[in-house]
Design a protein around this ligand. Structure first.
Ligand code: UT7
Length: 337
């Protein structure tokens, strides 16, 4: 750790999901499947999707407003915005620049997007930690927002059962009491196995040259079996290592708030930590996989439903395309959501 590293405080967290619900029964209108098949393999019963003109920008804005409100920080005191989306509705202007405008922030603060798929929130937290720790920025808004339904191949029953839309936001600030809310945080990537989850954008070459043999579809292509194997072999061990660096034991941490990708993957982490069900926050049943938004949605909803008591500690973990993965042991203060 750098000398005089400024500790980070998590000041506010918020989330937003679209109203439209698509159940497993509804998916039977698209292809041959069953609620039983989907639920037993994934733990998912339903997911939310945007409709009409609604996009991840609307969800991100709503989540950001809620997180800012909870943080009690004036929106004009935010000095950096980092957005993490797997596939934002537009490449540019970026989600973060669009949110800067929609939040009415007039000062010319930096706003940029970071792409680490479902691990985006943990990656963004690490970047924010570096900025805050070294005194470069003081109040950072992180927004994880995705409209996966717009890039899902709705003819592929192996992937379209999994994803849902949603957004989560976090305001992090320089700690005013010397207490660091990040007890440990690690992020990793392995591009050599990146083909496990791909979204290749539709593209073209200059009309004056030879065209590429294949053009992307802009849809998610996933080797579900390989992703599953990767997740259950890599993530539980990684989470245990992150905990050991936090100075706490797994037993001493109050909650596990994992990325909501598959209930069986969540259980593999739970088993490694020997956690009872009441310590594990899972809402995949109602939202499916909402990419980087899944952790903040689970956190805030967990508090709202009384499953998470504040103040407390939690271990978060995520994994996704890239492949990327990350884990963090955090202090959750009273009033953050
Ligand atoms: O953030 C990271 C996101 N990704 C993940 O976490 C994905 C992790 N992987 C998974 O969750 C699982 O691999 C899935 C749930 C996606 C798929 O489960 P699986 O046990 O790996 O199934 P499979 O793809 O190997 O398919 C088994 C069978 C196939 O039939 P045959 O070839 O054995 O006759 C599929 O055609 O199940 C069939 N199948 C379905 N049947 C009914 C695939 N999808 C469906 C479906 N309904 N929705």
């Amino acid at each position: 750790m750098v000398k005089d590293f400024i500790p980070l405080k998590i000041a506010g967290v918020g989330y937003s999901v679209p109203e439209t619900v698509i159940t497993n029964e509804d998916l039977k209108k698209l292809y041959e499947t069953s609620d039983e098949w989907i639920y037993t393999r994934t733990g998912i019963k339903e997911r939310r999707v945007v409709s009409g003109n609604e996009t991840a920008i609307d969800l991100g804005l709503d989540a950001a407003k809620k997180a800012i409100d909870k943080s009690k920080i004036d929106v004009n005191d935010i000095d950096c915005i980092i957005s993490a989306a797997s596939a934002p509705p537009q490449l540019y202007p970026t989600l973060s620049c669009t949110l800067q405008d929609k939040l009415g922030i007039k000062s010319k603060i930096p706003a940029f997007d970071l792409t680490a798929a479902c691990t985006g929130l943990i990656y963004a937290l690490q970047v924010a930690r570096g900025f805050i720790g070294t005194g470069i920025y003081k109040n950072i808004l992180i927004v994880a927002a995705d409209n996966n339904s717009k890039i899902t191949d709705w003819t592929d029953r192996g992937t379209s059962i999994l994803f849902g839309d949603g957004a989560g936001a976090m305001v992090v600030t320089a700690s005013d009491d010397g207490v660091d809310d990040v007890l440990s945080l690690n992020i990793s990537a392995d591009g050599s196995i990146g083909q496990m989850i791909q979204t290749n954008m539709p593209s073209q070459c200059c009309p004056l040259v030879k065209q590429a043999d294949e053009v992307g579809t802009g849809k998610i292509i996933m080797d579900g079996k390989e992703v599953y194997k990767f997740a259950v072999t890599t993530v539980p061990k990684y989470v245990a290592e992150c905990i050991s660096k936090s100075g706490l034991t797994a037993e001493e941490i109050d909650y596990l708030i994992p990325h909501q990708a598959n209930q069986r993957i969540i259980e593999s982490i739970q088993n490694r930590l020997k956690y009872t069900d009441d310590k594990v926050i899972s809402n995949i049943k109602y939202y499916g996989n909402t990419s980087a938004a899944s952790i903040p949605i689970a956190l805030v909803e967990g508090v709202e439903q009384g499953k998470i008591k504040l103040p407390s500690t939690a271990v978060l973990c995520g994994f996704g395309a890239g492949m990327t993965w990350g884990a963090a042991v955090l202090r959750l203060r009273e009033g953050i959501c």
